[in-house]
Design a protein around this ligand. Sequence first.
Ligand code: GLU
Length: 510
Amino acid sequence: MNQENIRVRFAPSPTGPLHIGGVRTALYNYLFAKKNKGKFLLRIEDTDQTRFVPGAEEYILEAFKWCGIEFDEGIGKGGPFAPYKQSERSEIYKQFVDQLLESGDAYFAFDTPEELSAIRKQFESEKKTFTYNATERNKLKNSLSLSKAETAELLENNAPYVIRFKMPENKVVVMNDLIRGRVEVNTRVLDDKVLFKSDGLPTYHLANVVDDHLMEISHVIRGEEWLPSLPLHVLLYEALGFEKPEFAHLPLLLKPDGNGKLSKRDGDRLGFPVFPLEWTDPKTGAVSSGYREDGYFPEAFINMLALLGWNPGDERELFTLDELAESFTLERVGKSGSKFDAEKAKWFNHQYLIQKSNEELATLFLPVLEQEGVETDFSKVVQVVGLIKERAHFVSEFWEQSAFFFKAPETYDAKAVKKRWKAQSYDQMAELKEILSGIDVFTSENTETITKAWIEKKEYGMGAIMNAFRLLIVGAPKGPHLFDIIAIIGKQETLERLERGLNKLGKKES
Ligand code: GLU
């Protein structure tokens, strides 16, 4: 295939928020287009008006914007094949369904939903499953079983109808999938799918095939859940005389335990988001969490998704979007489903977090500090972030990890006091306060050298001093290197915290 002609698409139906599996499908399409210098377009498949959900289309656009996935054509972009929204293309499909009626590949069916459900029930009572197919169609109410005159009369009287595909009888459809290889299906197991509905709109199958053809799509890359539709699509391409695109059906994203597909309905039930952005259900008001609101960096989210189903062929795990596009091939997409791993998702975020400059992280941290009522200068925040970022997965953890840099402890961890505030601690800390107050150059190195020399000289024991000292400065047995902390909070604050701690904890009776 000429690389110039590579054209792929992502074609969501706006039936709700985009699932992360959908984002991954779009991502693989994007990467494939980039790698092959092709075009990537966004088409909205909204022919099923009964499933339309307000806000879903806007959500989809916002999600891709956040992810950094850009389209070359389509919704929000325009292009030579506009409109890219199927509900605005209804005129276009009519001629193709007429073509199929003309060639005898489609027919009118007048069975009402009530009639079909009664037949279905009848079949069930005989422990059989009803399929609208070659065996049954002649017993039903359609233009194949009725005479020409009867059909014409029904149409004239505006009797409600659908148009069905006339599935060939007992034919083996041979398909090639770029991930799965050769796939064969006998049409015996397929039904006469509805292609066009009484509301004048096509169903997904017809609209999808027609649009992929008209929009000159070279590769259909989509989720494995569409593989069962492939034989029908292939037959439609043939019946319409269209050249077929290549097909690649991507393996599913699975629940962490590998038991079944990760679905939209999983919501927050499994303890992690299944949507890129937070979503509020317009009907129920129920809120489902999103990666963006949970504090993920879009680069980390994308990197994590890319590796759920594709591998670069070596041990590398960290890729920018450009690097992914450089390395991506469909050959390296696996055949089996990929289990979602929530811990790994956090790991990716941590990797991106530690790569960011302290200035960038400090900027992200500032609003939290403001909310906590902290007034401080930016250079201090930059220093603090540098000391704590190795321990965090998210910026949202920074406050918990660093509050003591900005506020003196109000309470002292009871367990630590019991264990670490000893009979001699009061006098030793009072002495340390004197030592520290005599240090003019209050750097981490300087205070550490002088304090340690004092401890050694007095034979106080490093552990005992450092534990009590940390308790007075931090309030709990946590945090980075203590001398780094006091260098950042400064001499005056260090002395004040020692003074306050001495007063609060007092002398312990031996
Ligand atoms: N509209 C379908 C969906 O919602 C598109 C399937 C396809 O890519 O062909 O997923």
